[in-house]
Design a protein around this ligand. Sequence first.
Ligand SMILES: Cc1ncc(COP(=O)(O)O)c(C=O)c1O
Length: 452
Amino acid sequence: MPDQSRLTDPEFLRHSVLDFRQMSTFVQAPLIFERADGVHYWDIHGKHYYDGISGIFVVTVGHNNRRVIEAIRAQMERICFAAPLHGTNVPAIEFCDLLARIAPGDLNTVKLLSGGSEATEAAMKLARQYWKQAGVPTKYKFVSRYYGYHGATLGAMAATGTPRRRIPFEPLPAGYIHIPTVHCYRCPYGLEYPGCHTFCARYLEQIIALEGPDTVAAVIVEPIGNTGGILTPTPEYLPTLRRICDQFNVLLIFDEMITGMGRTGRMFAAETFGVTPDILCLGKGLSSGYAPLAATIWTDRIQEAFWGAEEAGIEFGHGHTYAGNPVAAAAGMASVSEIIERDLPGRAVEMGTILQARLEAMAQRSGVFGEVRGKGLLWGVELAQDPGAKIAFPPHLRIGKRIGGEAQKRGLIIRHDPDWFALAPPLVVTEEELDAMCTILEESIQAVLARI
Ligand SMILES: Cc1ncc(COP(=O)(O)O)c(C=O)c1O
C-alpha cells in the first residue's frame, strides 16, 4: 500500500471526485477504505467500521464472500471480455436464464447492463420503442414521483423527482411528469390512512386521464422510495398503481435497485407487495458489488414486439460495451446463488424484525423519531423535534447528517440526509452485529442531541 501520509494528502486527493460530494471538505478528512469482511470495513489507518448500509444498498451477501470471489477468479482465467455486439458468453446466458426463472410472472427477457442508471434508461427506451412497435406510437410520456431517484444520466434524471439532483441539470428531456409520492407520516394531500383510501395512488388515474392515455408510455416507481427516508407504501398502493396502469394500457416499471435481491424479505419487492410490473430494473445487490452489474427484465408480451425477421428492424435498439460482461455475469450468478441457497430473503425477515424492534425501542428512549418505516432489512427513521405533532427539526440543524457523521466517527456507516437516516446492513448480519450497530447509533443520537 502507498504510504498513508501521501494517500491522505489533500494535494494528492484533489485529483479524485466522489459521488455527490464537496471535495474540498472531503479531502480534509478523507475516508479511505482498505479492506472489508462480512459487515465490517477497515480504513487505511486500521480503524474499524460496521457497514450498516451494505455499501450503499449493494453488498447483499456481505463483503469478502469467497464463493463470489472464486467465481470471478475462475471466470477471469477463461474469458474477461466478449463484445455484446458480436456474441454472448456462457455466464451471461446462464445468468439471464436464472433471472428469468426467479423473476415473477412472465418477466422472462433479460438485458444485462453495468449500473442502475443504465437499467432505468434501458427500461424507458424499451417502453418507448415498444409502443411504437405495438401500434401506439403516440405513447412517449413517463410518470414518476417526487422524491424518486432513478439514476444520474439525463433520462434517468428526468424521471428522478428530487429537486437538488434535478435542478442543476435542467432543462431535462421532455415528456416526464411527476406526482407526489406515498408518504403517510407527511401526506402531501393532508389526508390520513386508511381513511384516504390511498388517494396518492388513485391520483395517478386523474393524471393519466388529463395527460391523455394515448400519450403515456409508462409509470416508473421504486416499490419503496429511498430518498425521503425509506418511504414505504401502504398495502394498497402498488396494487392500485397496477390497476390504473392496466386500465389505461400503460406499462408499469419497478426500479428495484434497492429493494431487489432479497432486501425486503422476498427476492423482489414485487413479490413482497404482490404486484408484478411489466419491466423490472435490478442493480446494486445483483452482484453484491463484486462487479458492476445491472439488469432490465421484461415480459413476454413486450418481447413479442421485438421478436421478428431481421429485415423488420425491430430489435431493441440499445447497447453498451460492457453489457453482459462475462466477469460481471459470473459475479451475479454466484451472488444470486448465495442469496437463494442461504435463503437470505428469509434472513432479511428474521434480522429485520429484530432491527425494527431495536429502532422502535430507540424511538421511545430518544423521543425524536417521527416514524420508523421499512420492510425486511431496509429501515428508515424520519427525525422530528416533536414526533406527535410531526414538527420537524429546523432545517439548518441538519440533524440526520450530524447523526450520520457522529456514527461514522464512532465506527458505523449509515445513509443519512438532513431529516432522516437509513439502515440496511448486508443480509448476512448477525443479531450481535445488529446490536453493536444499534448501540453506536443510539450513542451517536444522544451525542448530537446533547449538543443542540
Ligand atoms: C432506486 C435507484 N435507481 C437507480 C439508481 C442508479 O443506479 P447507479 O448509481 O448504479 O447508476 C440508484 C442509485 O442509487 C437507485 O437507488
